[in-house]
Design a protein around this ligand. Structure first.
Ligand SMILES: [Zn+2]
Length: 464
């Protein structure tokens, strides 16, 4: 079996060391105004994989899996943490360092232990952070497309200072050991081995000693000790599911997730090294296809995706990638067809509908704009806090010469970006264009009220 962990760990470790701390992914670096920012990324396929792995653990912890939000942070750092509002943040660097699904599940089960145990040292601080603003996020696919649009891109990026503050908030040793024990309980209840969590810790304990440097933030916030690892190892070895191994399905999904992250986030050189042409596996070809796309070689990238689609014609995420390559290379009609296919196969994925709507809005004819509005409405019904969906909706209404709805959507977009002044301004302008008392009028009023209006503005509202 492929086991790139040690090799990759050393190599990434050296890169991190050379850059003295925070390492930006090329994707977010392209978007960033300065070098001091990292981003949260969205990807339907990766989110599905993470939830498929973790939902049984959440259930075992007595949590509602639908209420737990797994946020993916684009960063090579090895880090994960739990936050208020039942949120887990996992860095792409940690996923890439894990060598099996079981290791990743183990680490995230530990974070689940912090959530279920309400270890509020960190959660309390999180409440004061701009959590709403922080959740602004976008698809991996859309991310690169927006690289040239600073106003859109800026919203996706958060200062590393913000994350740095979070990272600095460590758990106590007592909380660590309680989260470990909780993780062991959940894993066993869910029929999953605790072996991976212990292996992950052991691997990094060796690394930290070996390099004599504190380069893995995860273990700064979750302090490791021999006692801690030993206590956990003894416990999980006694559990009936200790010898349970990852299913072939879980391993395949895990390898695809890693290939995708590496393809989107790492440079072409890294991808070529980890996925040489001699490797004809599905994940390797997937990673190379994405890498070709990111090197702006759309023809070669499309050819590679077509090869994958020949094997998995009903894989919505391959259609998503095809649509994205088409869209970014100006083949808008082809993009609409490919994204439309992805929505057809997976109608309940909000991000796929946003991609489709983006192509429809770009086509711009009345029928396409109507279809885009339907997609965006459905997407927003599931995830109302998506500024990108609101922005596209505003554009679609603009194309239809509906200035009231266009401004109302722009007000929503700015509201969810935390840009309250702009939200208020758009909402005021929208409100003037609607009949008093209509749902749109009321929504515009709500946005104004929620956007810290001045006393004069409040007065103006009272006047109708
Ligand atoms: Zn911890």
């Amino acid at each position: 079996m492929r086991h790139p962990g040690l090799f990759r760990g050393l190599r990434h470790g050296l890169t991190a060391l050379a850059a003295a701390g925070l390492v930006l992914s090329p994707v977010s670096a392209a978007l960033a105004q300065d070098d001091d920012q990292i981003s949260i990324i969205r990807d339907t396929e990766i989110e599905r994989t993470l939830h498929e792995e973790m939902d049984p653990i959440f259930v075992a912890a007595g949590l509602d899996p639908k209420a737990v939000r797994i946020n993916l942070v684009s960063s090579r750092e090895v880090q994960a943490f739990a936050a208020g509002g039942q949120q887990i943040f996992v860095y792409s660097g940690l996923i890439l360092q894990a060598t099996t699904p079981n290791e990743l599940i183990g680490v995230l089960a530990h974070e689940t232990g912090h959530i279920a145990g309400a270890h509020l040292a960190r959660a309390g601080d999180m409440e004061h952070a701009a959590i709403g603003t922080m959740l602004v996020s976008v698809g991996l696919g859309i991310l690169t497309a927006l690289a040239g649009a600073p106003s859109a891109g800026a919203s996706l990026i958060f200062s590393s200072g913000f994350f740095g503050e979070l990272n600095a908030l460590g758990y106590s040793r007592e909380q660590e050991s309680r989260a470990d024990q909780a993780a062991a309980t959940y894993l066993e209840r869910a029929g999953v081995s605790g072996r991976g969590l212990v292996a992950f810790m052991n691997y990094f304990r060796y690394q930290e000693v070996f390099d004599d440097s504190k380069k893995y933030p995860y273990f700064r916030s979750h302090p490791l000790s021999d006692d801690r690892i030993e206590a956990l190892a003894v416990r999980v070895k006694q559990q009936p599911h200790y010898d349970q191994i990852d299913s072939p399905h879980a391993i395949a999904a895990f390898e695809v997730m890693k290939a995708k992250l590496e393809g989107f986030i790492d440079g072409a050189g890294q991808v070529a090294e980890d996925y040489p042409d001699s490797d004809q596996s599905f994940p390797a070809r997937y990673a190379r296809a994405i890498s070709l796309y990111r090197q702006i070689e759309p023809d070669a990238a499309l050819k590679a995706v077509d090869g994958l689609l020949a094997e998995q014609p009903n894989n919505p995420y391959l259609w998503e990638l095809e649509g994205q390559i088409d869209f970014d290379s100006g083949r808008t009609r082809a993009a609409e067809i490919a994204h439309g296919r992805s929505v057809e196969i997976d109608p309940d994925a909000p991000l796929l509908r946003i991609n489709h709507a983006q192509a429809l809005v770009a086509l711009g004819d009345p029928a396409s704009l109507d279809a885009a509005i339907l997609d965006l409405r459905r997407s927003l019904a599931a995830e109302p806090d998506s500024p990108l969906a609101w922005r596209l909706l505003s554009e679609a209404y603009d194309g239809k010469n509906d200035p009231g709805m266009a401004r109302l959507a722009a007000a929503e977009q700015n509201f969810y970006l935390g840009q309250l002044l702009e939200a208020r301004t758009f909402a005021f302008n929208a409100r003037k264009l609607f009949e008093k008392g209509t749902p749109q009028w009321r929504r515009a009023t709500d946005i104004i009220l929620a956007s810290k209006p001045t006393p004069e503005q409040l007065k103006a509202l009272g006047g109708g």
